[in-house]
Design a protein around this ligand. Structure first.
Ligand code: CS2
Length: 525
C-alpha cells in the first residue's frame, strides 16, 4: 500500500499482506484460528501484554488459542477492534526507537456493557477453556485491606438479589460457572492478570463468596472444576492518546483506531494451577511457577511503588508524566533511596534476580521518554493500589521496628492528592478513586488541620486495617509528612524526609519502637 494515498485505508484482514515491510504481522493463518479462551477487559494492557504473548505462541506453535475479547464496561469494542476484525497495531517505544507489529490473536470481540447476556454466552461455551481478565483493582469488588468480597458494594448487593442479571465481575463469573455446570460440565481456568497481590486468591474468594450465597451447590462444583491461578504481570502501557493513533497513520500510512503503545520490557509469571489445557506461554517468555508471591512483591513494591510515589509527589510538584517526575533530581533521589533503604529489605528472595539490579532496571524503565504515562493516570484509584505498593512494606518494617521515614511520604502524598481535589482545598485537579468522595467529605469538614485530616483518612478501614491505623509511629510519620505536603513548599518535606531517613539509617531501632503489626494486609494467602 502507499503511505501517500489520499485517504488511508483502515487496518483489517484485507490489509494483511499489504502492510509496510517495517510493520511485523501475524506469521500464522488467522482464518484457521478458533476461539479457545476469552479475555474480560480488553484495554491497552491486555492488548500490549497477554494478547502479544498469545500472538508469539501462535506463531511458534499454532493451536486453538484464539481470544474472544469481552468488555463488560465502556469503552465499546465494536467500533474499534470489531471493525478491524480484531487486528491492531502494537507499538513498542523507547525514547526515539519505535517498533510496530500487528497482533492477530483476538479473533472476535463482544460488547456486554448493557447486559451480561453476550458475555455469559461466551464464558459458558464449552469451546472456552480459559478466561483471562484485566478488570482493574476495583473490578473484583473486594475490600483491599482484607481481600474479602465487599458485600456492601452496590453491584454485589444488586447481583445477590438478581443473580440471573449480574453486573459485577464476581456475579458474572459465578453465573457463567453455574451455566457451565448445568449445561456441559467442562472445567474452567480463570486467570486474573490484574495488578493486585494474590490476584488468583482474591478472584477465588470473591467468586466463591458469591457462589456460597447462592446456596445451590455451586460453590462445591467450582472447588472441584475451576482453578484460579495467581499471576504477576508487567509491562508499562499507558492510556492511548490521539497522538498515538495519528503516529501510526503518519509513519505507516494506514488508520488504526485500536493502537497500543508499550515499553520493551515485559514479564508474566503464572502460578502452575490449571483446571485443564493451557496455552504454552512458557515457550514464549512467560514463566510457570509454584508460587508467584516473591515475584508479585518485587514488582508491586519496587516498580509500582516507584510509579505511585512519582505520580502523587509528581502532581504535587506540578509535573505531568512519570518521566518528568523522575527527571527531577530530588524525586529521583527520593524514590531510589526509598526503594533501596526501605523497600528492598522487605522482599523475599526471587530466583535469579538481584534486587539492586531490579531497582536500577525499574528506574531506567521509568525514564523512558516515549512512554507518556500521566501522573494523574497512575494516581487514579490510588486507594486500591497503596495497600500492595506501600502499606504492606510499611507493615513489614513496623513489625521489625524499622524506619518508615521514606515510605510514609507517598502514603501522605496519596492523601494530599485526594485532599486537594476537595472543594475546601479549591478542587485543584479532577480525581477518580472509589475513596475520593470520602476523603473530600473529611477534607471539607476538617480544613487544614493535618492531624485531623490524617486521623479521618486513616479511619477508612477498607484501606487501613485497624492494626496499622492504630500504630503510633505510622500515624505520626504520615501526619507530619501530610502537614508538609499540604504546605506551599511540598518538596521541602520530601527533602526533609531524606534527612530523617538518613538519621534513622545511622541509629539502630529502639526496642520500644517495635510494633505488634503482624499479618500483611490484603494478601489473602
Ligand atoms: C501503573 C500500572 O497505572 C498504574 O497503576 O502503575 O499500570 C503499571 O504501569 C503496570 O503495573 C506495569 O506493569
Amino acid at each position: 500500500m502507499s503511505a501517500a494515498s489520499a485517504s488511508p485505508e483502515t487496518l483489517g484482514p484485507a490489509l494483511l499482506g499489504r502492510l509496510p515491510a517495517s510493520v511485523q504481522q501475524p506469521a500464522y493463518d488467522r482464518a484457521a484460528l478458533a476461539p479457545g479462551m476469552a479475555h474480560v477487559g480488553v484495554g491497552a494492557f491486555h492488548r500490549c501484554h497477554q494478547a502479544e504473548y498469545t500472538d508469539d505462541l501462535l506463531s511458534l506453535r499454532f493451536d486453538r488459542w484464539g481470544v474472544v475479547g469481552i468488555n463488560i464496561r465502556p469503552p465499546s469494542l465494536a467500533d474499534t477492534l470489531g471493525r478491524q476484525g480484531g487486528l491492531y497495531t502494537r507499538l513498542i517505544r523507547e525514547n526515539s526507537r519505535i517498533e510496530a507489529r500487528v497482533i492477530g490473536s483476538i479473533v472476535k470481540v463482544v460488547d456486554s456493557q448493557a447486559s451480561a447476556v453476550p458475555a455469559l454466552d461466551v464464558l459458558s461455551s464449552p469451546d472456552i477453556e480459559l478466561v483471562t481478565m484485566t478488570v482493574t483493582e476495583k473490578g473484583y469488588c473486594h475490600i483491599p485491606s482484607s481481600g474479602e468480597l465487599d458485600l456492601d458494594h452496590p453491584d454485589i448487593v444488586h447481583d445477590l438479589v438478581s443473580p440471573e442479571t449480574p453486573r459485577s465481575v464476581p456475579g458474572i463469573l459465578a453465573k457463567a460457572l453455574e451455566l457451565r455446570r448445568t449445561t456441559h460440565g467442562q472445567p474452567l481456568t480463570l486467570l486474573s492478570c490484574d495488578n493486585i497481590p494474590a490476584n488468583g486468591v482474591i478472584l477465588a474468594n470473591v467468586v466463591q463468596a458469591f457462589a456460597k450465597r447462592r446456596g445451590n451447590g455451586l460453590a462445591d462444583w467450582i472447588s472441584a472444576n475451576a482453578a484460579f491461578p495467581s499471576a504477576m504481570v508487567d509491562r508499562i502501557a499507558p492510556a492511548v492518546t490521539q497522538a498515538d493513533l495519528d503516529s501510526v497513520e503518519q509513519r505507516f500510512g494506514y488508520r488504526d483506531a485500536a493502537v497500543v503503545v508499550g515499553e520493551p520490557f515485559r514479564q508474566w509469571v503464572i502460578e502452575q494451577k490449571f483446571a485443564g489445557r493451557m496455552p504454552r506461554w512458557d515457550l514464549v517468555g512467560a514463566s510457570f511457577v509454584d508460587d508467584v508471591t516473591p515475584y508479585e512483591h518485587l514488582k508491586m513494591r519496587v516498580l509500582n511503588g516507584a510509579q505511585t510515589t512519582l505520580a502523587t509527589l509528581g502532581v504535587l510538584a506540578g509535573l505531568e508524566h512519570t518521566f518528568d517526575a523522575i527527571a527531577d533530581p530530588l524525586l529521583a533521589d527520593f524514590v531510589r533511596r526509598m526503594l533501596v533503604e526501605e523497600t528492598l529489605p522487605t522482599l523475599m528472595p526471587v530466583p535469579g534476580v538481584s534486587p539492586l539490579a531490579y531497582v536500577e532496571q525499574s528506574l531506567g524503565r521509568l525514564r523512558n521518554t516515549a512512554i507518556r504515562h500521566r501522573n494523574h493516570q497512575i494516581a487514579t484509584d490510588g486507594s486500591q493500589k497503596i495497600v500492595q505498593r506501600l502499606l504492606n512494606p510499611i507493615r513489614d518494617r513496623l513489625s521489625r521496628g524499622e524506619s518508615i521515614a521514606l515510605l510514609s511520604v507517598p502514603v501522605a502524598g496519596w492523601m494530599a492528592y485526594l485532599i486537594q481535589a476537595s472543594a475546601r482545598f479549591g478542587k485543584r485537579w479532577p480525581v477518580s478513586d472509589p475513596c475520593a468522595g470520602k476523603v473530600a467529605d473529611i477534607a471539607d469538614a476538617t480544613g487544614h488541620d493535618a492531624k485531623a485530616l490524617a486521623a479521618g483518612i486513616l479511619a477508612i478501614d477498607t484501606i487501613f486495617d485497624p492494626g496499622l491505623a492504630a500504630n503510633e509511629r505510622f500515624r505520626a510519620a504520615v501526619t507530619s509528612a501530610l502537614d508538609g505536603l499540604l504546605s506551599n513548599d511540598p518538596m521541602a518535606t520530601v527533602r526533609h524526609s531524606l534527612q530523617q531517613g538518613e538519621a534513622a539509617r545511622l541509629k539502630p531501632p529502639a526496642q520500644s519502637a517495635l510494633s505488634a503489626v503482624n499479618s500483611r494486609q490484603g494478601e489473602a494467602r
